[in-house]
Ligand binder design. Structure first.
Ligand code: F0G
Length: 355
């Protein structure tokens, strides 16, 4: 049986590594591609979910981090720094721990999900909370890397995008062809840029006959790529994509335009509804930001904007367990009565409670 070896060993020839690069891996990638009967019915095509929450630290960030940390170690780094809305830091600290590097993490105070904070803390990071949002954290992170001997592993480090492009390879490898349309959430805009890179490289190498159209979706309160101007005070329940001035702005716009695609926005209500439906209908529990692509596809389908007969892939970027506070508060909002539903240990009472 073939044991998945992690994205560097699986796609070594496509990545900026040499035989001397020390491979720091948690066997990331190789994530499930799950067919969605529900979404397929709605778009009158074939819709597949790329479930990136199944990565070792629970998000797609691991693909870029195995590459960035391996290269950093190869270059002699002893410490690494990143700004994060939570998932990059969860991933970075895990890989740094494995490599014996000192991890320094900058996060927006009070605005990252508890599960992600727990990950960084458990992996032994110095977690620095900043007054401000992700954009301010990234400025500080860049400044530290300029002035001190610490390697920057945000997606402005091009090796990150190289690692993340392997998700496109996996889609084509699994389907036997490129999808017609690929849909995903957009925050700092690294991932959409990385997917486009991957799809293009496979097409140029003759491993795919075409490249897909890319549709990215931002949260309405943090949608600079839709308005065309930075958002000074981004706000959304989807904290992972609460970003007002994406670092990969130009790459994302190029990916959109070259693929004939679009970057749209979805409201927090649409995001939370899509998150809930995906969990309840398909058994796939993702964090709020991860549902932005599904929310966008649902809106487009409802507006009759999805041509019938397409093969559509949708990346769901991170695991639902990262942010249980939002999931549970949603329950209460919709009349769930977690406390009131306590019963005596009695079969009849349980039967009645179950309706
Ligand atoms: N989905 C999740 C779950 C994320 O954590 C992120 C980004 C995105 C989507 C957007 O990806 O930034 O490449 O456009 N999270 C970063 C972080 C910013 O710090 O964890 P992007």
């Amino acid at each position: 049986a073939h044991l998945w070896r992690g994205v560097i060993e699986e796609y070594r020839d496509w990545l900026p590594v040499t035989a001397e690069t020390p491979v720091v891996t948690l066997r990331e990638g190789g994530t499930p591609l799950v067919h969605s009967a529900w979404l397929s019915g709605l778009v009158h095509g074939d819709v597949w979910l790329k479930v990136e929450g199944d990565n070792p630290t629970g998000s797609f960030k691991d693909r870029g981090m195995t590459a960035a940390i391996s290269v950093a170690v190869g270059e002699g780094a002893k410490a690494v720094v990143c700004a994060s809305t939570g998932n990059t830091s969860a991933s970075m600290t895990a890989y740094a721990a494995r490599a014996g590097l000192t991890p320094i993490v900058l996060v927006p105070h009070g605005k990252i999900a508890a599960g992600k904070m727990a990950q960084a803390v458990m992996h032994g990071a110095e977690v620095i909370q900043v007054h401000g949002g992700f954009d301010e954290c990234l400025q500080v992170s860049r400044g530290l890397a300029e002035r001190y001997p610490v390697a920057l592993v945000n997606s402005v480090n091009p090796v990150r995008l190289q690692g993340q492009k392997t998700a496109s390879f996996e889609l084509v490898d699994a389907l036997g062809a490129a999808p017609d349309l690929h849909v995903l959430p957009v925050g700092n805009a690294g991932n959409i840029s990385a997917y486009w890179l991957g799809f293009r490289e496979y097409a140029e190498a003759g491993l795919a006959a075409h490249t897909p159209t890319l549709w990215g979706f931002q949260a309405a309160g943090a949608a600079p790529l839709v308005s065309g101007i930075p958002v000074p005070h981004p706000e959304t329940v989807a904290t992972a994509i609460r970003i007002g001035n994406p670092a990969s702005w130009h790459l994302a716009v190029a990916a959109r335009d070259e693929s004939g695609g679009r970057i749209g926005s979805v409201t927090d209500e649409q995001i939370l509804a899509a998150q809930r439906e995906l969990a309840a209908r398909e058994g796939v529990f993702v964090e709020p930001a991860s549902a932005a692509g599904v929310a966008g596809l649902l809106a487009a389908a409802a507006a009759g904007e999805v041509e019938p007969g397409l093969t559509v892939t949708v990346t769901v970027t991170g695991h639902g367990l990262k942010d249980i506070d939002t999931a549970l508060s949603g329950l209460f909002d919709h009349g769930g009565t977690l406390v009131d539903s306590v019963i005596e240990a009695d079969v009849d009472a349980a039967a009645e409670a179950a309706g």
